[in-house]
Every structure is written in structure tokens, then in C-alpha cells.
Write a protein that binds this ligand. Structure first.
Ligand code: PGA
Length: 255
């Protein structure tokens, strides 16, 4: 990565961990990255652990992300959590449009857009996920799928709002499979995403951080980060061990 953009690594803990386990893991991550000066680091626990983890991490440098939010601030929406509530719990960012939500829970592009705009209003950084399935890649539809997801997610955002988002490219076939995209495959899509953002604002495109996600490990992050448009990682399985996540941050930040 050209040092134009500060690397960002976010651990996505998915549906894992009690409050005590989450606080312990967060503490180990914080201690492990204490000497890392040249990257931003976040962890995304389950809703139930957000506040306790945020309290533990309040002195920095690791910030807290949620894994989803709703698009309304309050009202009769049983089971939902608003961006303002997440900010109140200590979150700085929120992962949106993860492929597991799209595939298993029927989340639509339009919902990702509503959530992202609501998150921005509440002062959160949306980490917007896009990615193609294996069938779409095999059918030559990768870039078309990314384009559709991206355009829908970023619709009706002002240039100032666009300037506050993070995008994550996560090929669905690489998530939790142990099969990461090659650096060249990642770079092709990351460049495509940046070019698309540039059609809205060249200034935002130059600084928007585009993370790669999908079987990121300590031994593949360097090659991915060496690509010009890869600015960090959204890490699932390997972020559940403080040791491997800290190694990913250190390896990735030093490229
Ligand atoms: P993985 O998950 O690192 O376990 O492949 C990445 C993600 O889903 O964000």
C-alpha cells in the first residue's frame, strides 16, 4: 500500500464470546498492539459485550466496532439497535452489509444504504462490506456485482459523508474457507472500487480506506498489503486469537 492511507485492521468476532471472554480478548489485543503507531485497530464484539469492551479500551489505542445496526434512532422496532445506542455504548464504527447478513438474514442493498447513512448521522464510521459469491465470480459477474452493491450502499451520501466511510471487499468464497483471494484478485477489485468512488469524488477516492476480508492470516497479510489499493484487513476467524490478530496488525502495518 502506498502510505497515502493509514492502514486499518478490524477484528470481526461474529457470534462469539461471553462478556468476560470478550473483555479478556480485547485486553490482550490492546496490550499486543500497544507499540504499533502506524495503523488503526478496531475489534467488533457481539452486542452484549460492546459496552464492557469499550470501557476496557477507553484509553486507546484500539477502538470498538459493532457488527450491525438499525437505521432508525428509536421507536417500535423490537430487537433492533440504533446507531446512537452504539455510540452511547462506546462504538466508533459499525460493520454493515456483511455477506453473512446478506445471505443468511436476507439483508438488502437498500437496507445497507439506510443503515450506513444513519450510522454517519450518529457519528459512527460505517465499514461497508461488498463481495461476490463463487457462482458470480465463475460467471464473470464479479465487477458487476460489486458495482451494484457499492452504488446502492453509497446512494444519496454527500461528499463529506463519503469521506467518512470505510469499504471492505470480502469475496464470499474466501470467508471462513481458508481460501483467500490472491493479492492480484484483491487488487483488481480494490482498484475498481476506488475508481468507482472517484466518479463521485477524486479527493475522497484518494483517501478512502478499502480493507480486504476473507481468510486473512498472519502469513498472507503482507502480500495483500503490498498491493497499492489494499489499505487493511477485516479479519474474522484469525481475530479470535489475540496472538494471530496482533501478528496480522504488525505484519500488515509494516509493509
Ligand atoms: P474470515 O472472515 O477471516 O474468517 O474469513 C472474514 C469476515 O467475515 O469478515
Amino acid at each position: 500500500m502506498a502510505q497515502a492511507r493509514r492502514p486499518f485492521f478490524c477484528g470481526n468476532w461474529k457470534l462469539n464470546g461471553s462478556i468476560a471472554e470478550s473483555v479478556a480478548l480485547a485486553t490482550d489485543v490492546r496490550n499486543g498492539v500497544a507499540t504499533v503507531r502506524d495503523a488503526d485497530v478496531a475489534v467488533a464484539p457481539s452486542f452484549t459485550a460492546l459496552h464492557a469492551v469499550a470501557k476496557r479500551l477507553e484509553d486507546g489505542p484500539v477502538s470498538v466496532a459493532a457488527q450491525d445496526c438499525f437505521w432508525e434512532e428509536k421507536g417500535a422496532f423490537t430487537g433492533e439497535v440504533s446507531p446512537g445506542q452504539l455510540a452511547d455504548a462506546g462504538c466508533k464504527s459499525v460493520i454493515l452489509g456483511h455477506s453473512e447478513r446478506r445471505q443468511l438474514l436476507g439483508e438488502l442493498d437498500a437496507a445497507v444504504n439506510l443503515k450506513a447513512r444513519a450510522a454517519l448521522k450518529a457519528g459512527l464510521t460505517p465499514i461497508i462490506c461488498v463481495g461476490e459469491t463463487l457462482a458470480e465470480r465463475d460467471a464473470g459477474e464479479t465487477l458487476g456485482r460489486i458495482l451494484a452493491q457499492l452504488d446502492a450502499a453509497l446512494a444519496d451520501m454527500s461528499e463529506a459523508e463519503l469521506g467518512r466511510i470505510v469499504i471492505a471487499y470480502e469475496p464470499v468464497w474466501a470467508i471462513g474457507t481458508g481460501r483467500n483471494a490472491t493479492p492480484a484478485q484483491a487488487q483488481e477489485v480494490h482498484r475498481f472500487i476506488r475508481t468507482r468512488v472517484a466518479s463521485r469524488s477524486a479527493a475522497v477516492a484518494a483517501k478512502v480506506r478499502i480493507l480486504y476480508g476473507g481468510s486473512v492470516k498472519p502469513d498472507n497479510i503482507r502480500a495483500l498489503m503490498a498491493e497499492e489499493d489494499v489499505d487493511g484487513g477485516l479479519v474474522g476467524g484469525a481475530s479470535l486469537s489475540a496472538d494471530s490478530f496482533v501478528r496480522i496488525v504488525k505484519e500488515g502495518a509494516s509493509v
